[in-house]
Design a binder for this molecule. Structure first.
Ligand code: GDP
Ligand code: ZN
Length: 370
């Protein structure tokens, strides 16, 4: 919150508070309020039309005037917008307030455009099931995506009831913590309700999304947070005061204890997209080490004075984590390079060389350790 913001939102926009409206949005919206436009948050989008929650209820709005050619600027769930005052149906979205954060995914393998999945998300809850063996590489991948969006990640180890031994559970938490510097790691059992309060408190202000593999327990968590079956909640009749509105499928729901949950279908299977910054944040300790390598362009393979290799040697950094870092860096470069065939060819050549050298170096090291 900036200190220049008004102390509290005006009474006319109070109905938007459960949807995440705050003093900063009020400030951003002020010029449009002066034009007589109405503020609202997009709770659902489909083909050029969207549902917008406004102080007067949910309205249907056309995005024709704000849809630019850039696919990243398409109106999406979570956006704050200015719509026409009462009159037409549908109304028109007149402007999109600048986003604080955004989740983006690469579309098909042929097209490398980004597709925007959710906007203005503050908390990215990465659900990880304790019913199956931990895959830290996968956790790191979701964390990269979360950091990249600008949201603060939280890891929720779900189905904690399946790990009744507290010592084992503590070890699992510790393992995940090493893969998630700067990220709170919670254990939750949606079945027994354990840990839900801590999660609620963490995401109780602002907007959250649930990420994670299929089967990680996201739907169950969403239902527990919303306090009802989300599918029922989503299909609830949404009346805009004129009785015009019929059933809608909302992708954005206020939570009873405060906060907002966005759950769009696309977010669930999301992959990396140009997540260089996010990857750097997930592996912040490796990037810190790398800053101390003798050569600024050190590849941490076999160069002298390599702080990363030294940390691996001393046991401070695990080989697993270093390899996971490399994998995500490469994967990300690959996605970025899809837009540029020449760059791709260059990277490929480079990987081949580094891959061969790296494998040789790692093998030499492994032999050395064992
Ligand atoms: P999603 O695919 O991530 O949405 O996962 P679901 O919410 O559908 O959950 C996958 C499975 O895990 C379902 O069979 C749930 O009943 C089960 N599950 C979810 N949460 C818990 C929990 O806290 N404890 C246990 N034992 N099972 C759970
Ligand atoms: Zn190095």
């Amino acid at each position: 919150m900036s200190s220049s913001s008004p102390k509290s939102p005006s009474s006319s926009s109070r109905p938007l508070l459960p949807y995440g409206w705050d003093a900063d949005w009020e400030t951003a919206f002020a010029p449009y309020a002066a034009q007589g436009l109405v503020a609202g948050r997009v709770v659902r989008v489909d083909r050029g039309l969207c549902d917008v929650v406004t102080p007067g209820g949910t309205v249907r709005a056309d995005t024709e005037f704000v849809v630019p050619r850039d696919p990243m600027k398409v109106v999406c769930t979570g956006d704050w917008v200015a719509v026409d005052p009462e009159g037409g149906d549908p109304r028109f979205v007149r402007t999109l307030l600048p986003r604080r954060t955004a989740f983006v995914r690469s579309t098909s393998s042929k097209r490398s455009d980004g597709q925007i999945l959710a906007a203005n998300v503050d908390h990215a809850v990465v659900a990880v099931s304790l019913a199956v063996e931990l895959d830290l590489g996968r956790v790191e991948r979701f964390l990269a995506l979360a950091w990249e969006s600008g949201a603060q990640p939280v890891v929720v180890l779900s189905k904690a009831d399946l790990v009744p031994d507290p010592v084992t559970l503590a070890h699992l938490v510790q393992d995940v913590e090493t893969a998630a510097p700067g990220v709170p790691v919670l254990t939750v059992s949606a079945l027994h309700g354990d840990g839900l309060d801590v999660l609620r408190a963490l995401i109780g202000s602002g907007t959250a999304v649930l990420l994670g593999q299929s089967g990680a327990g996201k739907s169950t968590l969403a239902n527990a947070l919303v306090g009802a079956d989300v599918m029922d909640v989503r299909a609830a009749r949404d009346v805009d005061g004129k009785g015009r509105h019929t059933t809608t499928t909302r992708n954005l729901l206020p939570l009873p204890g405060g906060g907002v949950l966005i759950d769009t279908p696309g977010l669930r299977g999301v992959g990396l997209f140009d997540a260089e910054v996010g990857v750097g944040q997930v592996f912040s300790e490796i990037e810190e080490l790398a800053a101390r390598c003798r050569f600024h362009d050190c590849s941490h393979e076999s160069e002298p004075g390599c702080a990363v290799a030294a940390a691996v040697d001393s046991g401070e950094l695990s080989v697993r984590r270093l390899e996971s870092y490399r994998k995500l860096v490469r994967e990300n470069q690959w996605i970025v390079a899809k837009t540029d065939a020449r760059l791709r060819a260059e990277i490929r050549k480079d990987w081949k060389r580094k891959g061969a050298e790296g494998r040789a170096a790692m093998q030499a090291k492994r032999g050395h350790w064992s």
